[in-house]
Design a protein around this ligand. Sequence first.
Ligand code: PLP
Length: 438
Amino acid sequence: MNLPAKRKIPGPKSARYIRISQKYEPSCIADQVPVVWDHGQGVWVTDVDGNKYLDFTSGVLVTNLGHSHPAHVEAIQNQAERLMNCYSFPTPERVTLAQRLLETLPPNLNRVFLLSTGAEATEAALRVAKRHTGKFEVLSFYGAFHGRTYGAMSVAGNLSTRRQFGPGVPGGIMAPYAYCYRCVYDKTYPECDFYCIKALDRIIESSSCGQLGSVIVEPYQGAAGFIFPPNGWLKALEIWAREKNLLLIVDEVQSSFGRTGRLYAIEWESVKPNMLCLGKGFGSGLPSSALVAEAEIFEAMSTGELSSTWGGNPLASAASLAVLEAMKDEHLPENAERVGSRLKLRLSSLQEKHRCLGDVRGMGLVIGLEIVDPEDGYSPSPELTKKIIFSAAEHGMLLGKVGLYGNVVRIAPPLVITEQEADLGVKILDKVLTELGI
Ligand SMILES: Cc1ncc(COP(=O)(O)O)c(C=O)c1O
């Protein structure tokens, strides 16, 4: 595949919409390169000026089926013509989705409460866990991101999520995540022998008031910079939580629906959480999320205590059903694993040429490039990260940014990507880094 022609961004029409945005929308909305999206197909997005881009963002890891996937569009159109909302009256779409979703999960997870956003799911998980255990303390991790509502924010491990919003909901206890590239204990895997799991006892002994009831964890940390713990870490955490009689809440809002090369990231180590939060790719574009848990846990709540205006609405349910079907029929997790390993290998090989690529990590189609100062090969460089993302857009590829230091390029294309399209992305990135001389 040929490299797309270089273009000037923003184009004239994009510039016009950006001016309107600046006048009428708050500037605190997440910043992006100045490209105004018009339409998309598969892994390609076209802006209002007619420029085509290879989408390596999936929005924010949402459009796992690719843009305007035909079966997904058809399911949504058909449903829109029949019924769009009925609050919590059951519909065939909602109950069928509940059944089909649970068929894809470990059998202990046997009830699902459908919602709209990821934060709604994590917030509900925290509330239900507290009611069930009768304990208000929750263990979470440095760097964690579980959404921007108050409960979720109170277990976030990053200042940028919590700054000046305190005091949060009481009971949050924090421990270091397995961020091996920048280990807070200054240890090295595997010699460390999961020191960060062993240290949990000490952390609890010194910070808890004896009311710890649950642990919430991401299988890999998304917002913190696509941080992947070493193999076995999540399992070790599960074992530790069981020993302490704690509920294990796994937040797969981001990592689910094929992203890591399995339908769910918990499958890699056969982890069996007590509660699971799902979102993003679940609707592949329509707001759809879920809290899945053991029936006994939900029984702590009385009738009517869990509700949400849009939760499980027929339109979102129809969209999510189409997602489940496409995952299976088109083997999208398998494609994510196959194309993702090739992509990671090729991106890693760029490290020899480009010293700014401090760390290349990921699984399936979620890959983080930690951008560092090429001089010392380790200090985070948010400035270069911005330049890379801007220049990539000029060269026809859209990238995102994450990271505790704002220095991780997020690579997360729709799961329908082909090897040729993935290779094209690597070629564009190579060209960008070469032009920038980093
Ligand atoms: C792991 C995780 N949990 C929760 C959320 C919150 O999801 P939402 O923005 O849909 O509320 C996110 C969003 O990025 C996430 O990555």
